[in-house]
Design a protein around this ligand. Structure first.
Ligand SMILES: O=C(O)c1cc(C(=O)O)c2c(n1)C(=O)C(=O)c1cc(C(=O)O)[nH]c1-2
Length: 230
């Protein structure tokens, strides 16, 4: 097996997203077409909250494996979600999305209402980042390469089709659009420069496929539980 050039490797990674990222999931397609009921939308916001609160947890596991220069950059991801004095952070912004769809903070934090499939998928992601070598745990975040297009469309289409959701509720997604470019640049720099053998490159592709499966399974669980006609 020959090692891919950086350009070829990046093309391979991008082709995983084109085929397997959750923008293709029927639940997302229905969200963008304006077909979700209020109950389905609320179910998605509630269950995605479990993913949101676990992102800084998996990033903390990754942090323990990085060299100091990279830790200094990676730590910003935790701050982006947890916040600190003067910046409420992404989890609080997601709680405001919850309020905009009619969910209280207590309801979002109520562990009993996380769907089993969502818990299983998110816990698997956290465990992957705890167990795997740093390169693979970092590579599993590469789904972020495909997120900006989806987030831009989500902001436009949710405003268009779901007027009952107050626009302030979408601030989480707007903030991600400004935070994500630095995450993506760091991710690509780490993965493209450190996966030097074809075995390492293949392991990164598999990590990205695994992460696509996590996001896909989350939506499968939400769709099954809340969509009456699915
Ligand atoms: O709403 C989405 O479609 C979406 C997808 C992803 C992703 O692709 O993993 C992330 C996010 N949002 C997000 O908001 C976020 O903070 C985030 C962090 C990560 C990660 O794996 O480190 N993915 C994502």
């Amino acid at each position: 097996m020959t090692t891919w050039s950086a350009r070829e490797f990046e093309a391979q990674l991008r082709s995983v997203g084109e085929k397997r990222y959750h923008h293709l999931h029927p639940f997302n397609e229905r969200m963008h077409a304006g077909e979700l009921s209020e109950e389905e939308f609320r179910g998605w916001v509630r269950n995605r909250f479990y993913y949101q609160v676990n992102i800084p947890v998996k990033d903390a596991f990754i942090l323990t494996k990085l060299r100091r220069e990279d830790r200094r950059r990676w730590i910003q991801r935790i701050i982006d979600h947890d916040g600190r004095t003067g910046d409420e952070g992404g989890i609080e912004r997601w709680i405001r999305l919850g309020a905009a769809v009619g969910l209280t903070r207590e309801e979002l934090y109520d562990d009993d209402t996380v769907l089993p499939g969502v818990r299983f998928a998110v816990d698997a992601y956290v465990d992957f980042c705890r167990r795997k070598p740093w390169l693979e745990s970092v590579a599993s975040a590469l789904t972020e390469l495909f997120a900006p297009d989806l987030l831009s469309r989500r902001i436009t289409d949710v405003r268009k089709h779901y007027p009952w959701i107050a626009p302030e509720g979408l601030e989480y997604f707007r903030a991600r659009l400004t935070q994500q470019p630095k995450d993506i640049a760091h991710l690509l720099e780490l993965v493209l420069t450190h996966a030097r053998s074809r075995e390492q490159q293949d392991a990164c592709v598999r990590a990205l496929e695994f992460k696509c499966d996590v996001l896909w399974s989350l939506l499968d669980a939400v769709q099954t539980a809340y969509s009456k006609s699915s």
